[in-house]
Design a protein. Sequence first.
Length: 215
Amino acid sequence: MRGRSAPRHLARRRPLVTAAAAAFAALSALAWGLAAEGPATAQAPAAVRIELDRQFIAAGETFDAFLWVEGAVDLAGFDAVVTYDEGFLSLQSAEVTTSFLASGGRTVVPLGPTLLPGRVELGAVTLPGTGRAGANGDGDVALLNFRALAAGQTVISPGKVHLVNTAGDMLELDGQPATVSIAGAGVPSPTPAPTATSQVPPAPAVYLPWVGRRG
């Protein structure tokens, strides 16, 4: 789960994985046809937060930040946009983690990550595999690795997070951010304003199959 890509890969924006496009027809079945698998399971209140492997970091060190779901019931997919301050943190790698989502026997299809300045867009859907049940309980669905750049306090925020169950019912939650305390002599480097030559073009809108279905 903790395998990390080389940091140099972050120098250019990466689109959503091509496997997701190839599986789009199958993913549509998740949103529109899964009700045939059985009665819908009521989705209990859940919480989503950023969980740090340690809260106090020295400038120059790396650390992990997990997107953590607590109290999930029949979880079959998610999407989220995680934001951070590039003056304090440098993203080293980002990935969808599969162990928790696959705990009911379903096959996980990651969507993303898509990397943009100061933000990471990622998600996943699951399809029936050796089992049909969604994930229940607590677990992580994404892992981000950062390097601390300068002394101070900064926040990693998951923003709005969408969870979906095997019946296609969607739940929107306000993710809980985490504060990172960085010790060291450095000072935060200012984030340069976009210019005509350096601006990253906006990513095309990605509509996940379940968004808009609310039961």
